[in-house]
Design a protein around this ligand. Structure first.
Ligand code: GLP
Length: 244
């Protein structure tokens, strides 16, 4: 695991965007795993500013998001589809048919999970996956206790995760379930970049650094992968949120 510590969130975002853009440049047909949340906002902002539609950087790129809420319409401002449109998809030349996000409104959610795994497989697998980090160590929506060989499936969200994401559902209707890539799905990515930003992440980062591999701390599964880079800063993320 490669560790990169930054003094400021914008320096972290700069580096994440550099890795992102360099990966596309060296493989224009790359298959990316993409996160949501506050931590990657600065990365997306920089990617978009350097690679607007006119540059055609994304023409042959394929993306798979890590997760999506169940029971939330895609147009809902709190959905991860809305997040991705706002922060990336609407600004670059990604072909909509190459952008994949689990369908949290599918009539049969379990079948949707099987379809999603198959779609990743059909695309040739994930080349590079960016991850955020939950305060409790979750990656995607894989909460503590998740088996490390888990695949895409429907999960119940913990009260702490629901509370952490409540601000995106001002109507108070914070979803209780989601579809997420499993830890096994994430580990099958050829390379992984974990982005952790904000004071609230210090404990989780300390725990990850301790190298204790434990199902109670999902991110520790990343120690079982040979190509993981961790970009982290303790700096607060308020500025990024304010700019978003
Ligand atoms: C949500 C997402 C995760 C993300 C986490 C941390 O729970 N499903 O994929 O990593 O939030 O987000 P933030 O960066 O906002 O702290």
């Amino acid at each position: 695991m490669k560790w990169r510590t930054f003094d400021r969130a914008d320096a972290l975002s700069e580096e994440a965007a550099r890795i992102f853009l360099q990966a596309i440049e060296s493989n224009p047909r790359i298959v990316l795993g993409l996160p949501t949340g506050r931590s990657p906002l600065g990365m997306y902002e920089r990617v978009v500013s350097q690679c607007t539609r006119a540059y055609r950087c994304f023409r042959d790129v394929t993306t798979f998001n890590l997760d999506e809420y169940a029971g939330v319409p895609r147009e809902h401002p709190g959905s991860y589809r809305s997040y991705m449109k706002q922060h990336l998809f609407d600004h670059v030349d990604l072909d909509p048919k190459n952008t994949h996000i689990p369908d949290g409104m599918a009539p049969d959610l379990d079948a949707e999970c099987v379809r999603y795994e198959q779609a990743i497989h059909n695309a040739g697998g994930l080349d590079l996956t960016f991850l955020g980090l939950g305060r409790n160590g979750h990656i995607g929506f894989n909460e503590p206790g998740t088996p490390f060989d888990s695949r895409t499936r429907v999960v119940d969200l913990t009260p702490s995760t629901r509370a952490a994401n409540a601000e995106f559902f001002p109507d108070g209707e914070v979803p209780s379930r989601a579809i997420t890539m499993g830890i096994g799905t994430i580990l099958s990515s050829r390379a992984i970049v974990l982005i952790a930003s904000g004071r609230g992440k210090v404990d989780a980062i300390e725990r990850l650094r301790s190298h204790r591999i434990d199902r109670a701390f999902p991110a520790s599964a990343l120690w079982n992968h040979s190509r993981v880079t961790v970009l982290w800063t303790a700096a607060a993320v308020q500025k990024l949120c304010a700019d978003a």
